[in-house]
Design a protein around this ligand. Sequence first.
Ligand SMILES: Nc1nc2c(ncn2[C@@H]2O[C@H](COP(=O)(O)OP(=O)(O)O)[C@@H](O)[C@H]2O)c(=O)[nH]1
Ligand SMILES: [Mg+2]
Length: 466
Amino acid sequence: MSLEYPRFAVVGHPNKGKSSIVSTLAHDESVQISNIPGTTTKQRAFPLKIDDKILYELYDTPGFQRARATLAWLKSQDVSAHNRPDRIKRFIYEHRDDPRFHDEVELLEPIMAGAGIIYVVDGSKPYGVEYEAEMEILRWTGQPSMALINLIDDSNYVDEWRMALGQYFRLVRLFNPMEANFTQHIALLESMAQLKEEWTSGVKESIEIFGRYQEQKIDDSAHLIAKLTIDALSHISSIPISTEEATEEEQSRVVESYKSQIRSTERKLHRKIAKIWNHSSIDSSIDIALFQEMDLFSKESESLFGLSKRDMLIASVTSGALTGSSVDLMLGGSTFMLGAAIGGLAGGAGMMWGYSEISDMKILGQKLGHKRVEVGPMQNRNFPYILLRRTIYYTQEVANRPHADRTDIEIESADILKSISLADGEKGELEKIYKLLRKGNTPKVKMVENYTTLIRGILSRYIESL
Ligand SMILES: Nc1nc2c(ncn2[C@@H]2O[C@H](COP(=O)(O)OP(=O)(O)O)[C@@H](O)[C@H]2O)c(=O)[nH]1
Ligand SMILES: [Mg+2]
């Protein structure tokens, strides 16, 4: 039978990570994964789809339940090797309504309909003869097959597994669905391409498309980040006021409304990025772990994601905001001078690192009773970097996360976050657009393009592609 795209049935013992492998390889977060054996009760196909083209399809299946009894049935008549696939078909036909062999029928059906076999074992548990009936049944199907060794725990019995699996399967590979990155996914596809000659060109083409898709997702993320960070940084909030000058209550109300609008722009950006990477449903857990506990405007966020004073200075100098003698003075000067000079740029030392001062308040309107108080755009010089690096951190977490991984994202350590580094040249380039936004100007198309390219370049250091 010739299929327009390759199909693979992921089979094995219960609880060895079959569903996890399907989830990761199909980029599908809807695959049910559970530590309760028997969670997967029916075969179900999960396609990896790109722009409506199916690259391949993976069948998630229940695990073997009665492999020995099945094999005994198969062998209960004399069968020569060339008749074994027919014997399997006979088994399916005769046991379709037999609850005792429900799981075997479910897992053998897609194979006999033409799917290749991916046999999954846990290499952190010792090899045992109880697997031999399963492997023997799979051999009887006559379908091309490979074995994947998943290391679920820390112990390692990979050598003995390789020895046994090698006798039954053409290819044996290590693959961990919880840790697999883009490169490992591609490597596995390369192996799948070798399984059957008529699949080779199809799977190779899929690898190409898959690689371009990865690039596309990085591009799309960069465009979104550029657009929404510009929106946030140029945002202005205002509220009506009842007096000539805004009262303290009114002032804090407008600042709070401004902050909450910026926060919601950030959340919107994160949601859209999660969607690009097919991670919509875990988005909320990442949000909670990462950003609800660490407010965008908090000191903690500033210290993890903001630039140091030194880096801020470099950004200003490289962007051309500072020149000549003032630079010499600052670089050669005392720490006090340095701080004072930077503080001066932000409109006053002491204000710079605090978020109570985000921008000047403007009172708008002529007549009493129709006045408004307004804040924005963002004047804090470090804020654009905090917002950008939070977003880049979020994007790389989502992009590099295998779909089988359903755990919450946790901030591991400050070191990890600090590793989202910017080259000095990048800081200068970024500062050009941030300076413009601070002044309330709208950047030209060319500048937005340049900004997008910069972000794309940063992302490509943290997200693998071909
Ligand atoms: N730590 C770790 N856990 C895994 C790995 N693969 C599977 N699991 C866990 O093992 C359990 C069974 O996984 P599942 O994919 O549902 O196995 P299936 O029954 O073979 O489909 C789940 O709790 C998974 O989260 C792995 O590589 N590492
Ligand atoms: Mg399962």
